[in-house]
Design a protein around this ligand. Structure first.
Ligand SMILES: *Cc1c(COP(=O)(O)O)cnc(C)c1O
Length: 297
């Protein structure tokens, strides 16, 4: 199955230039997962690859997954349902909005069956009983929220084209992408997840559990939770200011939910002497820019 519409884009790394890098002799690169495809990009795309393959091999007749009204996972999966021709059922958190988000409109255009459930019901999304019920009802291959399962982690193990970095950094929510990145690096590379939500201490365990399930042993990863700016999709004036100025001075677009927090954290850590001099640092831009269309409304 040809999973990448544009293989060159899937490999692309851009060098980032900044006066701050000169003193410490830092080489900084950005892995442009955001460029793979306008809708089907970033880590959400990576996480779908082996899930869709597993679905095709199964006897299931549809895919079912979970997401919010602005979810990058919903956008990627909606597009994939057309490209790879499978019926898609999406359990959407919250009542149907009077004015749908662009992401929801896009999903409708793709012919996705959107099933709105209350927030209380949505909270049951990992309960076996409900999953079994949904599986039976829709004869569905079920992908968890954000595509964060073992198949998803396997896809994220293909993000890095080469293993030549001292540090690899990524915005982290469930830890699946960090698990894949750290699994694909050797112990010499330090993989840093910048938590975008107020971590309740489960993230390190989440990564460990993914590694255990793949029989992989790594101690090369860490989570930094000092850059959430208040929590998931929350923003602060300093973050907004940073993003505005970054977007003016660089040709790599960032937004406030994921990439903005990652880049902000990187520059702050750099200023605080976190990185060894002369090191090679890779920032993984996980995409998710489709979300910004909703911000300009
Ligand atoms: C979902 C998402 C993440 C978080 O990935 P996890 O594997 O859940 O940690 C990071 N960046 C973007 C753009 C995302 O859409």
């Amino acid at each position: 199955m040809q999973m990448f519409p544009d293989f060159d884009a899937a490999q692309r790394c851009d060098k980032l230039e900044h006066p701050l890098f000169e003193g410490g002799n830092y080489d900084v690169f950005v892995k442009r997962e955001d460029l793979v495809h306008p809708k089907l990009n970033g880590n959400k795309w990576r996480k779908l690859k082996y899930n869709i393959e597993a679905y095709k091999k199964s006897d299931c007749k549809s895919i079912l997954s979970f997401g919010g009204a602005y979810s990058n996972h919903l956008a990627a999966l909606s597009y994939a349902s057309n490209l790879y021709d499978f019926p898609l059922f999406m359990i959407v958190r919250g009542e149907q909005p009077k004015t749908p988000s662009n992401t929801l409109k896009f999903a409708e255009e793709c012919g996705v069956n959107l099933i709105y459930v209350s927030r209380a019901e949505y909270r049951r999304r990992t309960e076996q009983e409900w999953l079994q019920e949904l599986q039976n009802k829709y004869n569905a291959y079920i992908i968890p929220e954000g595509g964060s399962n073992i198949e998803g982690v396997k896809g994220c193990m293909e993000i890095l084209p080469e293993n030549v970095y001292d540090y690899v950094m990524v915005a982290t929510a469930t830890g699946a992408t960090l698990a894949g990145l750290s699994a694909s690096c050797d112990e010499k590379t330090k993989c840093i997840g910048i938590s975008v939500l107020n971590d309740q201490g489960f993230l390190m365990d989440a990564v460990l559990n993914f590694h255990n399930a793949l029989s992989i042993k790594r101690t090369n990863y860490t989570i930094i939770s000092d850059y959430t700016h208040g929590g998931y999709a929350k923003r602060s004036p300093t973050l907004d200011q940073f993003i505005r100025s970054f977007n003016l001075n660089h040709s790599i677009p960032i937004e406030f939910v994921y990439s903005g927090k990652l880049f902000f954290a990187f520059f702050d850590l750099l200023k605080n002497g976190y990185f060894k001099e002369g090191s090679r640092i890779l920032l993984v831009h996980t995409g998710g820019l489709q979300y910004m269309e909703d911000q300009s409304n």
